[in-house]
Write a protein that binds this ligand. Structure first.
Ligand code: FAD
Ligand code: NAI
Length: 463
């Protein structure tokens, strides 16, 4: 036995590394096992951070090409240096992953480099060395779901990982899956000059989102030039030296057709990354969808083994994983860790951004809850007009009887930032009236939030 810890976390993504830091802050002796060469998990290495770096850079490119002239700013001939753009993305990732390494040192978290496998409760192997821990926390994240008949090579047929690394702009990018990854990475490559076709099995994009927002999103993407093939399934794909032939068919069945693409991005969701962890021999149970089954305190069925983040149920989001990491560390320290799953925001970082928190109109209807709706368009917001970003609206849902906010859905400029105000309001149990009576700075995009709150009571001022 090499060493013994209070807590060993397997996986240094936002769930695992945050849990490790919080447990160390609370006085525990902590190690974190990570097999990747750098810390930060999917999020910092091949997920949130590199995708946002490319979204930012490609947005600047599009602004320079199509938007700045309207503001009276001439920039001459706009050129794309994709190698520099990719190098900058690498620098952003590198600064972030080094930041986590610094935080581990600062908090005295030991990084055990290698692949972790659970031997038994309290015993863990890392590349041939055994360690002991009172608590083992599984935070091994997720991986792309493969599509039968579509063999990923990360060059012609890519997951998000290859889709973030392309060395040239594809002439035609076909994306399978109209969800978070498909629409974010589809936006990046469209802005940089690719023709983009999104193939989605369902009749709508980002299915979990409020339908009205989803429909508005669809119209805006079409206006931007993204081609959408809804209600369509992919039967197979074959890559050759110059591109990929993709066979499509209507979701309901019917005649097949072939699409030719330079690159095919598969983005049909993610699944828990748990192979090789030794869950079978340790006796850790999975749920009906192959995720690690945990109780309300993140305990698996095996005492001393816990799990958080993408490998358990719930939205596969970095901030959800982080909240769980903190809550679990606090529980292990004898405190009362808790995650409010009713108030986890979700943001698609396209432009405009799409953000939501709480329940959708469809969910409220399904639950039989009587609700009120307040809506306000960015077209009527002074700041949005000054920015030249008037697409979209704020939509608030509150309980018909109590006026308590139940859901907020925004499509528009900086929606991902605007949603934070509503998440905070909902965390405090605020009513739409509370938001409506809060003084909002002028001229700000947040005034659209206030106006939507006023609209819940039929008294918006600027429309
Ligand atoms: P992960 O971040 O997946 O980390 C798990 C870590 O465990 C990995 O580093 C892995 O190497 C390691 N590991 C696995 N098995 C072992 C083992 N046996 N031994 C040692 N180490 C192991 N979420 C957002 O909230 N906002 C976004 O903008 C966003 N953008 C995204 C963009 C893309 C392209 C992708 C793919 C995802 C994005 N996500 C985003 C989702 C987000 O990345 C995940 O929800 C988040 O990373 C989950 O954190 P985690 O700690 O559970 O797991
Ligand atoms: P997703 O679940 O967001 O979207 C997958 C889409 O593919 C759905 O619309 C689904 O209906 C469709 N689909 C499934 N099977 C299909 C098939 N055979 N053919 C055609 N369409 C099919 O999954 P995605 O985009 O892969 O992202 C995975 C997860 O990563 C997200 O759910 C999210 O949790 C996280 N993520 C979060 C981001 C953010 O917070 N901004 C950004 C990127 C990823």
């Amino acid at each position: 036995m090499s060493d013994s810890f209070d807590v060993i976390v397997i996986g240094a993504g936002p769930g695992g590394y945050v849990c490790a830091i919080r447990a160390a802050q609370l006085g525990m002796k902590v190690a974190c096992v990570e097999k990747r060469a750098t810390l930060g998990g999917t999020c910092l290495n091949v997920g949130c951070i590199p995708s946002k770096a490319l979204l930012q850079s490609s947005e600047h490119f599009e602004e320079a090409l199509h938007k700045l002239a309207d503001h009276g700013v001439g920039v001459g001939q706009v050129t794309l240096d994709l190698a520099r753009m990719q190098a900058r993305k690498g620098e952003v990732v590198s600064a972030n992953v080094k930041g986590v390494e610094f935080l581990f040192k600062k908090n005295k978290v030991t990084w055990l480099k290698g692949e972790g496998r659970i031997d038994a409760p309290g015993r863990l192997m890392v590349d041939g060395t055994e360690y002991a821990a009172k608590h083992i926390i599984i935070a091994t994240g997720s991986e792309s779901i493969p599509l039968p008949g579509v063999a990923v090579d990360e060059k012609r047929i890519v997951t998000s990982t290859g889709g973030l690394e392309l060395e040239s702009v594809p002439k035609h990018l076909v994306v399978i899956g109209g969800g978070y990854i498909g629409l974010e990475l589809g936006s990046v490559w469209r802005r940089l000059g690719a023709e983009v076709t999104v193939v989605e099995f369902l009749d709508r994009l980002v299915p979990a989102m409020d339908t009205e927002v989803g429909k508005a999103f669809e119209r805006i993407l079409l206006k931007q030039g993204v081609k959408l093939r809804l209600k369509t399934k992919v039967m197979g794909a074959k890559a050759d030296a110059t591109g990929v032939d993709i066979t499509l068919a209507p979701a309901a069945g019917g005649a097949e057709e072939t699409l030719r693409a330079d690159v095919l991005l598969v983005a049909i969701g993610r699944r828990p990354h748990i192979a090789g962890l030794g869950l079978d021999s340790a006796g850790v149970a999975l749920d009906e969808r192959g995720r690690i089954a945990v109780d309300a305190h993140f305990a698996t069925n095996v005492p001393g083994i816990w799990a958080i983040g993408d490998c358990i149920a719930g939205p596969m989001l970095a901030h959800k994983a982080e909240e769980e990491g903190v809550a679990l560390a606090e529980t292990l320290a004898g405190q009362h860790g808790h995650v409010n799953y009713g108030v986890i925001p979700g943001v698609v970082y396209t432009w405009p951004e799409v953000a939501s928190v709480g329940e959708t109109e469809e969910q409220l209807k399904a639950r039989g809850v009587a609700y009120k709706v307040g809506k306000f368009p960015f077209m009527a917001n002074g700041r949005a007009r000054a920015m030249g970003d008037t697409d979209g609206f704020v939509k608030l849902l509150s309980d018909k009887g109590t006026d308590r906010l139940l859901g907020a859905h925004i499509i528009g400029p900086d929606a991902g930032t605007l949603i934070a105000e509503l998440a905070l309001a909902m965390e405090f149990g605020a009513s739409a009236e509370d938001v409506a009576r809060t003084c909002h700075a002028h001229p700000s995009l947040n005034e659209a939030v206030k106006e939507a709150a006023l609209a819940v009571d039929g008294r918006a001022l600027h429309i």
